[in-house]
Design a protein around this ligand. Structure first.
Ligand code: NAP
Ligand code: MG
Length: 483
């Protein structure tokens, strides 16, 4: 079987102990290829290569911004050149729809252009400290960044960390999720082809509990940017505290999607369904709690059920598929368990779809789209992140109650508001405790704007200018004019 290797110090190499494990296609269960299973020695080598490339160059604080920009622009071009091969790998490795993988690759190409543009515009300031001194505030890269990514948007999550990290002058070691390592390794190939010097970017694949842990505790790593579950994020933060590493945490969510009685129809219903079923519900921003005003409750519920019924489960490479499988057997079991909990919770099962009958897909991890109605926000299915195609529809009477229910969650990643009343849209947007609020839309995450969570959805921001700042320190240089 074909084997994909770690990318360390400009070379594709086997794991130090030669071990490898297959990565699988979640639509069929078939092995795609073997992937090197990195060790702590490999992480150490990768970190030391990144450290050297930062401390001694060619990257780091003294690297010419325009040279960094030129390489990042080239990466964007190469991603566009190879968009179809990279997207196909993404779909085969993760199960997501091919059209969505293409969109992700295109967005990552845009991110490289976007942050290439920033590289030459990172500048500090000259605060007025009085007549006896001149103060310069200069922005410098944080150092070696450890980047840990999840399996639901593999290349997108890698891109939104790697592009700003490299643009700022940081060097990096990326640890992608075990279920979906292939496009991170493709990114390494394209970065190398674009002329990125050895050691600046490294990829170590393998188990997060071992490798991620090593990255988080490694004394030569300055910053950790993590996207994943809240539980793992808490553990990482505790470990990172020992070395006082800077951390950015993009964690889970249980996002409210609020449909008011005056919302545009049927768009608000269709898009609310999309907001949960998109990427088979494996989205940190999934609008999994659909709050509906009682005046339109029955119609809205019908709309959700209709949208769920229209979904066609299958292989993401099949153009007629509109919903793919869960990423793994474990994720499928976990989501099925939540459906079981929902069925015994007192909520009403309004719809549960079918899984594919095609024998080629019998080894796939398919979970049927499921809609629960009359959900109480205190129920487990409304409180815990399910990360699958399971919708909770919750009725409300008025705006105050909607805001109260929406904010009654440990999470605060995103929220959507559907209304044709502009004042209400603004009032509710301001009242919601979430890092992103969509009005009359769901799920757009443009690379130009900040993205991140309130409460247990994490802290720090990615994307936009904020995403760049996460990789920068501010240094104050005080120059005395006296004497
Ligand atoms: P996860 O289990 O937290 O894993 C995320 C990454 O962390 C993987 O690369 C994983 O490696 C690694 N990891 C696991 N244990 C680790 C440890 N002890 N120390 C360091 N790294 C460790 O999450 P997931 O199951 O991949 O992803 C689903 C979760 O991600 C959901 O909760 C979702 O909400 C969240 N998510 C959030 C965002 C956001 O932007 N807020 C975006 C996407 C996903 P292995 O794969 O080898 O275990
Ligand atoms: Mg896979």
């Amino acid at each position: 079987m074909d084997r994909r290797r770690l990318y360390i110090d400009g070379e594709f190499v086997d794991a130090s102990d030669g071990q490898a494990e297959p990565t699988r296609n979640p639509a069929t269960g078939a092995a795609l290829c073997e992937v090197a299973k990195g060790t702590v020695e490999d992480v150490d080598r990768a970190v030391r290569a990144a450290r050297r490339a930062f401390d001694e160059g060619p990257w780091g604080p003294d690297s010419p911004p325009r040279e960094r920009a030129a390489i990042l622009h080239r990466v964007a071009e190469l991603l566009r050149r190879d968009r179809e091969t990279v997207a196909e790998l993404e779909t085969r490795d993760s199960g997501k729809l091919y059209a969505d993988s293409l969109a992700d690759v295109d967005e990552v190409a845009f991110m490289f252009d976007y942050y290439a543009g920033w590289a030459t515009k990172i500048s500090g300031s000259i605060p007025p400290v009085g007549p006896d001194a001149v103060s310069l505030v200069v922005k410098e890269p944080v150092g070696v960044a450890g980047l840990i990514t999840p399996w639901n948007f593999p290349i997108l999550m890698a891109g939104q960390k790697v592009a700003p990290a490299l643009a700022s002058g940081c060097t990096a070691v990326l640890k992608p999720a075990t279920h979906t390592p292939l496009t991170a390794l493709e990114l390494a190939r394209l970065l190398a082809e674009a002329g990125l010097p050895d050691g600046v970017f490294n990829v170590v694949t393998g188990p997060g509990s071992v490798l991620g842990n090593c990255l988080v505790t490694h004394p030569a790593v300055d910053k950790i940017s993590f996207t994943g579950s809240t539980d793992v994020g808490i553990g990482i933060q505790q470990q990172a505290a020992v070395g006082l590493k800077r951390v950015t945490m993009e964690l889970g969510g249980k996002s409210p999607n609020i449909i008011f009685g005056d919302a545009e129809r049927p768009r608000s219903f269709e898009m609310s369904a999309y907001g949960l079923f998109f990427n088979q519900g494996e989205c940190c921003t999934a609008g999994s709690r659909v709050l509906v005003q009682r005046s339109i409750y029955d119609d809205a519920l019908d709309g959700m059920v209709e949208a769920a019924r229209a979904l066609r489960l299958g292989d993401g490479m099949d153009p007629s598929t509109t919903m793919g499988p869960m990423v793994s057997a474990a994720q499928k079991r976990s989501v099925e368990n939540y459906i079981d909990i929902g069925e015994h919770s007192g909520a009403r099962l309004a719809f549960k779809g079918d899984t594919p009958t095609n024998p080629d897909l019998s080894g796939g991890h398919f979970v049927p789209p499921t809609v629960f109605a009359e959900v109480d926000n205190a129920m487990t299915i409304a409180r815990e992140e399910i990360f699958g195609p399971v919708m909770s529809v919750i009725p409300f009477d008025d705006e105050d109650e909607a805001i109260h229910i929406a904010n009654d969650t440990p999470y605060g990643l995103a929220a959507a508001v559907w209304t044709t009343d502009l004042r209400r849209a603004l009032r509710v947007s301001r009242a919601l405790r979430a890092g992103t609020v969509w009005v009359n839309d769901s799920q757009p995450v443009p690379a130009e704007a900040p993205f991140g969570g309130y409460k247990q959805s994490g802290y720090g921001r990615e994307l936009g200018r904020h995403g760049l700042e996460a990789y920068l320190e501010a240094k104050h240089i005080y120059i005395s004019m006296s004497g």
